[in-house]
Ligand binder design. Structure first.
Ligand code: UD1
Length: 339
């Protein structure tokens, strides 16, 4: 029997890569996306990669009636992977209600649907942002959840709690929360990748757009951190590795005969500074970036990277792509874009 998996935000950056990996692993992904942060042509690109058209519904997940109407057209739904959310940290500070309304509102619609349609398996897109200003640079799943640095971060902390409270009321729900570190790169085919709207907030698309000449120069936010080269340290992972983690999480849930609630760090386990990332990008792609050191960005933590041992142990997941692969693929993707 085919295993239908609803992927909310399935046309987005991480969602589209996950749809590809789900399909390759034998699942039937169904996309629900309102394209607020993607473009419909991404669907054609997914088709080019997997050789089959993937069904997609243009629906805002906050619209409970429309969401349920889509789900009611499928006989048995195997699981939901919920990506649909806003994710720009800075914007969330200026427009907090937009973030609470969309990120929490959509999540509640999805959780109601799990119950209504008796869907057992659920994977949630969480973030290392839940660890906030960390006590140690390397975090395990047992590291304390700290006060959020932004409303975006708060939606992830609250979201995790809402899911846990929902789960407690069920007799057989199986839930995995994935706390991502910093996804970068693009599919090795360069057919799908990140599509930032306007000026990118995140480092990787800012680097590739600067390399392409779309931005004049990159500002490194802070050169006076207590790190070896003074710049902030993050844990960058290839987006396809992150996508595979979702498939493995789903397969793990499937194998469990009892209800289950767990959370996993999804990171490489290696810290890389902003300057190291820039230098490696220049080296692997044989180019020079125009950049300068500027002020720290408010809300940024100094350094954070994953202890991802639990993901290795529980779902047998580790990164297959290197940092260099991710930087090569990010550049290939940027070059393929016409705008
Ligand atoms: C943030 C969130 C993360 C979220 C991600 C999604 C926090 C602590 N982290 O990651 O949970 O999943 O956004 O958008 O809330 N940088 C520059 N110049 C730039 C842009 C960035 O130097 O032009 C630096 C930043 O200061 C940071 C690093 O690059 O040190 C990575 O930044 P970014 O890509 O924005 O991701 P995070 O802020 O780590």
């Amino acid at each position: 029997m085919e295993k239908i998996v609803i992927v909310t935000g399935g046309a987005g950056y991480i969602g589209s890569h996950t749809v590809v990996e789900l399909f390759l692993a034998g699942y039937t992904p169904i996309i629900i996306d309102d394209f607020r942060n993607s473009k419909p042509w991404i669907l054609d690109r997914i088709t080019q990669i997997v050789g089959k058209e993937i069904t997609a519904h243009t629906v805002d997940c906050q619209n409970e009636l429309a969401f349920n109407e889509v789900l009611s057209t499928y006989k048995a739904i195997y699981g939901i992977i919920h990506f649909a959310a806003d994710k720009a940290v800075g914007e969330s500070v200026n427009q907090p209600i937009k973030y609470y309304q969309n990120n929490i509102g959509s999540l509640c619609v999805v959780l109601n649907a799990l119950k209504k349609f008796d869907i057992k398996n659920f994977v949630f897109s969480s973030s290392c942002t839940v660890y906030g200003e960390t006590l140690t640079p390397v975090v395990t799943e047992e590291s304390p959840i700290m006060p959020p640095a932004s409303p975006y971060g708060d939606t992830k902390i609250i979201g995790e709690r809402i899911i846990q409270n929902y789960w407690k009321t069920t007799s057989d729900a199986k839930v995995m929360l994935l706390r991502y570190f910093n996804p970068i790169g693009a599919h090795p085919s360069a057919l799908i990748g990140e599509l930032p709207q306007g000026i990118p907030n995140n480092l990787m698309p800012y680097i590739t757009q600067t390399a392409k000449g779309k931005r004049d120069s990159l500002t490194v936010f802070g050169g006076d951190y207590h790190t070896p080269d003074g710049t902030a340290i993050r844990d960058y992972i290839h987006v396809s590795d992150l996508a595979i983690a979702h498939v493995k999480a789903l397969t793990y849930l499937e194998k469990s005969s009892t209800k289950l609630f767990d959370y996993l760090n999804i990171g490489s386990g290696k810290g890389t500074s902003v300057l190291e990332l820039i230098k490696t990008f220049e080296e692997v792609n044989h180019l020079k970036l125009n950049y300068q050191i500027g002020n720290r960005r408010p809300g940024d933590v100094e350094q954070i990277f994953a202890n991802a041992d639990k993901a290795k142990k529980i779902i047998d997941w580790t990164c297959k792509f290197s940092l260099k692969d991710a930087l090569l693929h990010a550049w290939e993707w940027e070059k393929s874009l016409t705008t």
